[in-house]
Design a protein around this ligand. Structure first.
Ligand SMILES: NC(=O)c1ccc[n+]([C@@H]2O[C@H](COP(=O)([O-])OP(=O)(O)OC[C@H]3O[C@@H](n4cnc5c(N)ncnc54)[C@H](OP(=O)(O)O)[C@@H]3O)[C@@H](O)[C@H]2O)c1
Length: 305
């Protein structure tokens, strides 16, 4: 699969990233088996970049991933492991603790150590701050990054769900370049196109990654605000373009993301082997500017002025 450098680094990521959030499903033996097969397929299909978080499957997704690499005796240096930290669930660690974000130095380091153990690895290639903590203290975060870098536990850093001003503020405190901003981008959520996120990515050489790229196409979007009429109009345009490019609607969605000059890396979250493979079709489509705008128009319900 074609690869791209992450941000201003020399780290080469496959153009499609495999997202590991769903690989343990309900954590039954059956789901874990399906997740293993998905991971094996992703590796076989040339995905070299795997997206994790300390909280996915309560830590079980990282554990399953380590099991797969061990069974394959896979060369750790051939893959990029991203993990994230900073989201704390309700009742963690004490009953009645609220759901919260925690980007304190202590918690960032503790979270990384947990991920390293579960992933059975000595280093994480890319650590992302999962969500902006309202109480984020930039100097403290910068101190945590430096300590993790110096100890060799984390090689590179980035953020997720950060606004452009939050990225600028944090970057002004950190010596290490923030390589990535991982945000939701799909046909429903196009905020990053309009709030300056993708402009900033191009300006500062930050790689945007799209989570839930198929929300609103393959399954209902988070916080869906589309009306039935919107959905019918959007689907009709997807159907038209899928026929034109001789593919399926969800592949068109990926092609739409890939067309953006900020070089968005979509994170593929399906656990179905054929879909993990077929997602690569999007890389071969010569998707036109006109079709990009047609889909935008179908989404908005009006033409650009
Ligand atoms: N940073 C963040 O805050 C954040 C938040 C959410 C996710 N993420 C990351 O982003 C990754 C991708 O997110 P995601 O899993 O929501 O991505 P996605 O690729 O948009 O969605 C995957 C889901 O869509 C289903 N699906 C895919 N293709 C389909 C099709 N053609 N028809 C019907 N259903 C289809 C899959 O079902 P099957 O598995 O049955 O095929 C799976 O349930 C995650 O794994 C995680 O790494 C990050």
């Amino acid at each position: 699969m074609e690869s791209y450098k992450l941000g201003s680094s020399e780290v080469l990521s496959s153009r499609l990233i495999y997202g590991c959030m769903r690989v343990v499903g309900d954590n039954s033996n059956k789901s874990r088996k399906k997740g293993k097969q998905a991971l094996l397929t992703a590796i076989e299909q040339g995905y070299n970049h795997f997206d994790h978080a300390d909280i996915y499957g309560g830590g079980e997704c990282e554990i399953l991933f380590a099991e797969v690499l061990k069974e394959l005796s896979y060369d750790r240096n051939k893959i990029i492991i991203t993990s994230k930290c900073g989201v704390r669930k309700k009742d963690n660690p004490y009953k009645n603790d609220p759901a919260r974000y925690d980007l304190s130095k202590k918690y960032i380091i503790k979270s990384v150590e947990g991920s390293l153990k579960r992933l059975n690895t000595e280093y994480i290639d890319l650590l992302l701050l999962h969500r902006p903590d309202y109480l984020l203290h930039a100097e403290e975060v910068s101190g945590a990054f430096l300590e993790l870098l110096n100890s060799g536990k984390v090689l590179n850093f980035g953020v997720s769900n950060f606004s452009p001003s939050q990225v600028s503020m944090l970057q002004s405190y950190c010596e290490q370049p923030l390589l990535v901003n991982q945000v939701e981008i799909n046909i429903h959520n196009i905020t990053s196109l309009t709030d300056g996120t993708l402009d900033q990515c191009q300006q500062l050489k930050i790689t945007p990654q799209a989570w839930c790229p198929l929300g609103g196409v393959a399954y209902p979007a988070w916080g869906n605000t589309f009306t039935v009429e919107d959905e019918m109009r959007i689907k009709s345009e997807f159907d038209f373009q899928a026929k034109k490019y001789n593919t399926e609607n969800w592949i068109i969605m990926l092609a739409w993301l890939l067309k953006h000059p900020a070089k968005i890396l979509p994170i593929i979250g399906t656990t179905t082997p054929s879909r993990i493979k077929d997602a690569k079709q999007a890389l071969d489509i010569h998707y036109s500017r006109e079709d990009w705008y047609r889909l935008l128009e179908a989404r908005q319900g009006y033409a650009v002025p």
